[in-house]
Design a protein around this ligand. Structure first.
Ligand code: KIV
Ligand code: ZN
Length: 503
């Protein structure tokens, strides 16, 4: 059996479906280039029929990257496939990913159909996709809960119809690893012509088993894994790219399965995705969490100092964590900044943008001694916010013990300045109320996360905020050495998501 595992990245499709994680086309291109540098084999760029934005992103990503196969998702219907084929027109290597539900839940309740009709629709969709591209992947949605015998019939039929890859998703994250591995083994043993196609696994993390299920599938013969950076994705997320890549690296001696992933780019890619999508990585997340390599207990520290292998199975350098990464200070020049941004996978595109970020960098370096990678990613993000229609122009807060807090705020909206003041139950409450006195919309803060300052009192405070407006959730992010300013900026960032586009 071929011992290469193809890495199919769906950060920009399944990952981007998460509320609040939406990227614009420029940001998607930035992520796509980082994924290319990371070495993914297939890059799922979007679901073109779902929106003009998704269509355009697939077009632009196809133009911007060279090596990975560019994949576009469709439902198993002709119109979707036609639109996907059009969106893929500039891709050097292209794949259409079509499919249909295969569990009885989907067949009966979603499609109000029957098993035989679903096979006919699966075959028709595969053939239609095949009329446009050689490389067709078919997904058997909710395969995790589908009957294995029936699933084998679907897989056999779509391979006969020309599918080059067949995706077996555990759409609901339901399966046990033993069950999922058994499912793949069953298909490998019972489907005629199975070796004409690659079997792919696509697992969700609803029960925290996505990576375990993916590995069980790979050990049973799957040779493509569908993954996202930081495990982002619908609900509890998808299988993490970094976990699969590092499992195969750590266990290479006995599994002998290779990937094309340049693991030293994992850390930077993780940070880039987290920062662009405003999606913090949980501190104890395997491989990419802030604490993944931090030994805090005395016993562990003692062991690590004697021999790092006592408690560390991964050399942090293998995932791109460089102890010398905090090197930028107020004396660093343009070249050092540009180099560090390149290491982080950020291409600002023009000298003008680099100059702008450099000026922001100098301003921050005046307030902080050392500028970390996280700080740089935030500065780049702040620079993108310069295009926002609504901006915080001024903020003054008076607060203390035994006094009621008072805030004055000025916002510029499409260039015009509006001012308001308010008192509140603390400085953030006063400032947010002052903003609400200007933006008179019904808005409710549903989540408000201030990330701990962990490297000294001059460090940046990071704020993530979820704001509900007219039944939808909008996400804002900001970072500032002043935590109250960061809170107000995050609120304004969220407001820009629903108010920003208005004239
Ligand atoms: O989880 C799933 O089943 C999917 C398919 C569309 C591949 O994302
Ligand atoms: Zn999925």
């Amino acid at each position: 059996m071929d011992n290469k595992l193809y890495i199919f990245d769906t950060t920009l499709r399944d990952g981007e479906q998460v509320p609040g994680c939406q990227l614009n086309t420029v940001e998607k291109i930035e992520v796509a280039k980082a994924l290319e540098a990371l070495g993914v084999d297939i890059l799922e760029a979007g679901f073109p029929v779902s929106s003009p934005g998704d269509f355009q992103s697939v077009v632009e990503i196809s133009k911007a990257v060279t090596w990975p196969v560019i994949c576009a998702l469709t439902r198993g219907v002709e119109k979707d496939i036609d639109v996907a084929a059009e969106a893929l027109q500039y891709a050097r290597r292209k794949r259409i990913h079509t499919g249909i539900g295969t569990s009885d839940y989907h067949i009966q309740y979603k499609f109000r159909s029957n098993r035989e009709e679903i096979i006919e629709r699966a075959v028709a969709a595969t053939k239609h996709a095949k009329s446009y591209v050689e490389d067709v992947e078919f997904f058997c949605e909710d395969a995790g809960r589908a009957d294995n015998e029936y699933l084998a019939r679907v897989v056999e039929a779509v391979i006969k119809a020309g599918a080059t890859v067949v995706n077996i998703p555990d759409t609901t994250g339901y399966c046990l690893p033993s069950e999922f591995g058994e499912k793949i083994r069953y298909l490998m043993e019972h489907v005629d012509g199975i070796h004409k196609a690659i079997i792919s696994v696509h697992c969700h993390n609803d029960l925290g088993m996505a990576t375990a299920n993916t590995m069980a599938g790979v050990l049973a013969g799957a040779r493509q894994a569908e993954v996202t950076i930081n495990g982002i994705g619908e609900r509890a997320g998808n299988t993490s790219l970094e976990e699969v890549a590092m499992i195969l690296k750590c266990h290479h001696a006995h599994l002998g399965i290779d990937t094309n992933i340049n693991t030293q780019r994992i850390h930077a890619t993780s940070r880039l995705v987290s920062s662009l999508m405003n999606m913090p990585v949980q501190p104890n997340k395997a491989i990419v969490g802030r604490n993944a390599f931090a030994h805090s207990s005395g016993i562990h520290q003692d062991g690590v100092l004697k021999n790092v292998q006592t408690y560390e199975i991964i050399d942090p350098k293998d995932v791109g964590i460089d102890d010398n990464s905090i090197v930028l200070t107020a004396r660093s020049g343009h070249a050092a900044l540009k180099h560090r941004l390149e290491v982080l996978g950020v291409d600002l595109g023009s000298r003008e943008k680099l100059d702008k970020v450099y000026q922001d960098f100098l301003r921050l370096a005046d307030r902080k001694k050392e500028i970390s990678d996280d700080d740089l990613l935030m500065l780049v993000g702040e620079d993108r916010k310069a295009l926002h229609r609504i901006k915080l122009a001024y903020l003054q807060v008076t607060s203390g013990v035994g006094v009621r807090s008072v805030a004055s705020v000025a916002l510029t909206i499409a260039g015009e300045t509006f001012e308001a003041a308010s008192s509140g139950n603390g400085p953030v409450d006063a400032a947010i109320k002052a903003v609400k006195n200007i933006i008179r919309r019904k808005m409710t803060i549903r989540e408000f996360l201030i990330q701990a300052i962990d490297k000294g009192s001059d460090d940046m405070g990071k704020v993530h905020m979820q704001v509900e407006h007219e039944g939808n959730n909008y996400y804002g992010f900001a970072a500032n050495t002043d935590i109250i300013a960061a809170s107000v900026e995050a609120f304004v960032d969220a407001i820009n998501k629903f108010e920003g586009a208005k004239g």
